[in-house]
Design a protein around this ligand. Structure first.
Ligand code: ADE
Length: 341
């Protein structure tokens, strides 16, 4: 897939460095997700007072909402080290064995995309999470031996976009569950103003509101848009980010007033024009749009669902009236007339 300015996932390793500089280091600096922040604050404080590591924690929700940021904050508050990896990166039990045996008391192991852990790795993780030990098999056949290796008491922080894809045995080994939701526009605006301060970019309130409205409820997108608008402002307006500059910059990038781009509009128009408004399965949409199912499910649909442009039913995806209006297409009459009409 080509890069989208409104993609909620990281689009390069260079960008990761950029986002890292903007990450709030403590919960006090964290904007939004107030329920999650409050519950996490209590769990952290209780663990600290007892002198124990935090229970294993699972963060779930769409990409770009702060799951990694919160894992770093946990390690920071607990004064411990953090090791990060991801489900698909762990292929052999040996890889995980090395990581686990290097963890110190209270350290954080962050596993992103934990729903994509291979089954053998997942099973290897169970005794590590539950009893802080691993059963490592050495040699083969007649000579196979299981070595029981004790581990330090660590905290596993898992992140997933799909809590439903996690197996029950894995889910049950977490003590803390936090669901992250899309941010409100006023929260995104606050995040943008904070980021602008750190980046020493000049921005006024209306300028930050204009970016926030297009950020699809996602801080990672808000910060990426801010960066593009800052470039535009430096070249066209001596660096001052106003509402007009933000509008012009983002229009040039193909992002509309709601933060929708070409892929969103193609997604909606395919449901409407190729599949008569749906219901249509995501596999069929994937084939027609020539985009991967995972891209559609994780990066396109969540925001369109939240904004009410589409609905997900048992039979598939359906376009709502607002999608027709967005694309200036005639809204179909509601239901076919029946004998009783
Ligand atoms: N930068 C990215 N996400 C943030 C958040 N939730 N609060 C403050 N700054 C952020």
């Amino acid at each position: 897939m080509r890069e989208r300015l409104v993609s909620p996932t990281l689009i390069s390793s260079e960008e990761e460095v950029f986002h890292r500089t903007l990450r709030p280091p403590t919960l006090a600096e964290y904007i939004g997700q107030t329920k999650v922040v409050e519950k996490l604050q209590i769990a952290l404080e209780a663990a600290r007072r007892r002198g124990e590591p935090l229970e294993h924690a699972l963060f779930y929700g769409p990409p770009g909402l702060g799951k990694t940021t919160l894992a770093y904050i946990i390690a920071n508050v607990m004064g411990s080290k953090i090791t990060t990896t991801s489900g698909p990166a762990l292929e052999r039990t040996g890889d995980l064995m090395g990581i686990l045996t290097n963890l110190g008391e209270g350290d954080v192991l962050f596993i992103d995309e934990i729903h994509r852990l291979p089954a053998n790795i997942e099973e290897f993780l169970y005794p590590a999470m539950e009893d802080f030990k691993v059963d490592f098999v050495v040699d083969k056949g007649m000579f196979a031996k299981t070595i029981n290796v004790p581990l330090k008491r660590f905290t596993l922080v898992g992140a997933t976009t799909r809590a439903g894809s996690l197996s029950a045995p894995l889910r049950n080994r977490f003590g803390l569950f936090y669901h992250l939701e899309f941010y409100r526009v006023d929260e995104l605006q606050e995040i943008i103003l904070r980021s602008a301060r750190i980046l020493q970019a000049r921005i006024d309130e209306p300028g930050s509101a204009e970016i926030a409205r297009r950020a699809r409820g996602t801080p990672r997108i808000a910060n990426r848009l801010l960066r593009r608008v800052r470039d535009f402002a430096e070249v066209k307006a001596r660096g001052d980010i106003t509402a007009e500059i933000a509008r012009n910059a983002l229009q040039l990038e193909g992002v509309d007033e709601l933060g929708l781009d070409d892929l969103d509009r193609r997604f909606l128009s395919t449901i409407i024009q190729t599949y008569h408004g749906g219901p249509v399965g995501v596999e069929a949409l994937s084939a027609t749009l020539n985009e991967e199912v995972d891209t559609l499910v994780d990066m396109v649909e969540p925001y369109l669902l939240q904004q009410g442009f589409v609905s997900r039913t048992k039979a598939g995806r359906r376009a709502n009236e607002s999608a027709y209006r967005l694309l200036n297409l005639p809204v179909p009459a509601r239901g076919a007339p029946t004998l009783f009409d």
